[in-house]
Design a protein around this ligand. Structure first.
Ligand SMILES: NC(=O)c1ccc[n+]([C@@H]2O[C@H](COP(=O)([O-])OP(=O)(O)OC[C@H]3O[C@@H](n4cnc5c(N)ncnc54)[C@H](OP(=O)(O)O)[C@@H]3O)[C@@H](O)[C@H]2O)c1
Length: 336
């Protein structure tokens, strides 16, 4: 079978290689992969910035969807022909993860989804919503589940809440869609007026260009009659946290998800205690949360925003597009 490998760090070192088609063992199934999608993590992984000690070669990407074409002994949960997605952390089934769960993740250090065939234990798979195309379904395992965990597993997003999403990348657009689904008011920030116009089509109630308004927290205060937002989907990290602390309401939640704007900076933490602010770290989610999210996606016929789809042979272009940050939503790759 054909598979991509990170053979050395850097996008130019992504190589198509030949590997043996793996055979399913006890409780495992063989998937013919249909599509995969990229997360910012996959860019960091390939560049050697996520884990400079990552053992190479490794098949990249945590997210994908495949069709079951063979079942191993005792694998009874799914049938041949079903479309499924492997989960990000194969041993995190429900409840709190262990450190070991979070160390064994797809696309590094474990082989990922950018390959023609994959063997996965049935306990590390979820069914995908039927109304989604392969590419759409491939966007769910990391970005969508992270947004879902922030709002509904660690958070309790309710109708009438105000949710702020930073930027228009994969996690943020899912957070916009899920928050609207829950009846919340959503404020989107972006560096691009064109992308903001697109977010309006996806239901955003208020739009802020953070380049034109670097003190965007003031806008959020104005929009919320000075009370502040209930949830901030914080993908910027150190570079945006100061504004997030000014934008969140008393006892509101900042879901700390990404570090697009840096991971460290001098910061005044006083507002956290003076205003009972919850700063909640989020790391993707469990299989149980994924299954619940998929039920909601199916019930609401929600469609992910797919920015672009690249053929398998041009996967490196997908990485370059992600690196350019010109996308909104998700970048996908078709397989086979
Ligand atoms: N903790 C987890 O479990 C988890 C899961 C998934 C992702 N993440 C992290 O979350 C972050 C986003 O991931 P992603 O895959 O959604 O990325 P992505 O699709 O590449 O999104 C990037 C977008 O973020 C926006 N952005 C960049 N710098 C910003 C800033 N200073 N302020 C506001 N927005 C900014 C930009 O939107 P505009 O062009 O509209 O400005 C950019 O297009 C990354 O740091 C990633 O590693 C963490």
């Amino acid at each position: 079978m054909k598979a991509y490998e990170i053979t050395a760090f850097g996008i130019d070192h992504l190589k198509i290689v030949e590997r043996e088609i793996p055979q399913p063992g006890k409780g495992e199934v063989l998937l013919k992969m249909k599509a995969a999608s990229l997360n910012y993590r996959d860019y960091l992984m390939v560049e050697g910035k996520y884990n400079p000690k990552l053992k190479l070669p490794v098949i990249p990407l945590s997210d994908g969807v495949g069709e079951i074409i063979e079942t191993g002994a005792g694998a009874i949960k799914f049938k041949k022909g079903e479309r499924v997605s492997p989960i990000f952390a194969p041993s995190w089934i429900a409840g709190s993860p262990t450190i070991q769960d979070m160390r064994q993740t797809l696309g590094g250090p474990l082989d990922g989804t950018l390959c023609e065939y994959m063997v996965v234990h049935e306990s590390a798979l979820v069914s995908v919503p039927e109304h989604l195309s392969d590419a759409e379904a491939a966007t769910l395992p990391c970005a969508a589940l992270t947004a879902w965990s922030a709002l509904f597993v660690y958070g309790n997003c309710r109708p009438g809440d105000t949710v702020v999403v930073l930027g228009t990348g994969g996690v943020s657009v899912f957070a916009l869609q899920f928050a609207k689904m829950a009846g919340a008011q959503v404020i989107v920030t972006s560096s691009s007026n064109e992308k903001l116009a697109k977010m309006k089509e996806f239901g955003a109630d208020h739009l802020i260009n953070y380049k034109e308004k670097p003190e965007w927290a003031k806008e959020i205060r104005r929009i919320t009659n000075m009370s502040g937002a209930d949830y901030i989907i914080e993908v910027g990290g150190a570079g945006t946290l100061e504004q997030s602390l000014k934008a969140v309401r008393m006892e509101g939640t900042i879901s700390l998800i990404g570090i697009l704007a840096g991971s460290s900076k001098d910061l005044n933490l006083l507002p956290v205690l003076m205003q009972n602010i919850k700063v909640q770290g989020i790391l993707v989610g469990s299989r149980q949360a994924f299954e619940q999210m998929n039920q909601a996606i199916a019930a609401h016929k929600l469609r992910p925003l797919v920015d672009s789809i690249y053929p398998f042979a041009e996967a490196a272009q997908a990485w370059r597009h992600l690196a350019s940050q010109k996308h909104a939503g998700k970048i996908c790759i078709t397989i086979g």
